[in-house]
Design a protein around this ligand. Structure first.
Ligand SMILES: NC(=O)c1ccc[n+]([C@@H]2O[C@H](COP(=O)([O-])OP(=O)(O)OC[C@H]3O[C@@H](n4cnc5c(N)ncnc54)[C@H](OP(=O)(O)O)[C@@H]3O)[C@@H](O)[C@H]2O)c1
Length: 243
């Protein structure tokens, strides 16, 4: 039976690369983005598949996330995979020059949004006694990056959130895995470090392929684990203690 996959940030970058892979496997992909700006290109790449839909939703709004998940469940009856991929790169800044609103934006877009999607999907996964959550963090969740303090702090938070969710759900076959990619050639990287730097980074397609291997259990990971994918290689798999 085809799986129902929710992917936040599915209009471009890693989210779109993931969407295309799930579509090629015959799954239903329900993508979320903040705007419709990249939709024409996304639908074109997905060859207008009737298994691919996009919805505009600000993942920072609890009311919007709650109603999206409730309506989707009514429509498709179950959810198999939640991929929290949407993120915000912001601008490079030393801590003492970082405006409060920029710090808050990082926490909301990178951490709170992931929390909200998990919060409102978990009751469905618990009722189904089955579910997979993949939270896209970053290498910056394992090793903070100077001038990206807010981003790093938010991504460390995503790692902690995933470990807590895993520990809270050991009684059912629910998996929560954190993905920590190094730099990828996407718009986020270009905006932060320039096009030339972005072109030297690993491709989002490579990272998406590894994520698909995790979903298909070809790379076996225990719930609560995190995996680092850097320079087109899996460089670390960390399994935290469950107590
Ligand atoms: N690129 C890298 O070097 C890198 C490295 C490590 C980890 N990561 C992480 O990997 C993930 C994907 O990154 P990417 O480079 O593919 O990003 P990207 O190219 O900047 O795409 C971001 C996606 O997230 C959506 N989005 C952003 N804020 C949102 C919000 N508040 N509500 C709903 N959707 C929102 C965007 O929608 P719109 O198109 O409508 O704006 C877009 O679809 C992120 O979590 C990022 O932190 C990236």
């Amino acid at each position: 039976m085809s799986q129902v996959v929710i992917i936040t940030g599915a209009s471009r970058g890693l989210g779109l690369a993931l969407a295309l892979r799930f579509l090629s496997k015959g799954e239903w992909v329900f993508g979320i983005s903040r705007s419709k700006k990249h939709w024409p290109e996304a639908f074109k790449k997905a060859r207008n598949s009737n298994r691919f839909s996009l919805t505009t939703l600000d993942i920072q709004s609890e009311a919007a996330v709650k109603s999206y998940i409730r309506n989707l469940k009514k429509k498709v009856y179950r959810i198999d995979i939640l991929i929290n991929n949407a993120g915000y790169g912001g601008v490079l800044s030393r801590v003492e020059k970082l405006p409060l609103r920029e710090f808050e934006h990082h926490l909301r877009a990178n951490l709170l949004g992931t929390f909200l999607l998990c919060k409102h999907t978990l009751p469905i996964f618990r009722k189904q006694k089955k579910g997979l959550i993949l939270n896209i963090a970053s290498m910056a969740a394992k090793r903070a990056v100077p001038q990206l303090a807010a981003y790093s702090a938010a991504k460390f938070g995503v790692l902690a959130l995933g470990q807590a969710i895993a520990k809270e759900n050991l009684d059912i076959p629910l998996k929560c895995i954190t993905i920590c990619p190094g730099g990828m050639n996407t718009q986020m990287r270009s905006s932060l470090f320039g096009d030339e730097d972005a072109q030297c980074q690993q491709s989002p397609d490579f990272v998406a392929d590894i994520i698909l291997q995790i979903v298909e259990d070809k790379i076996k990971l225990e719930t609560g684990s995190d995996i680092t994918i850097r320079h087109s290689k899996v460089t670390d798999i960390h399994v935290p203690p469950t107590n």
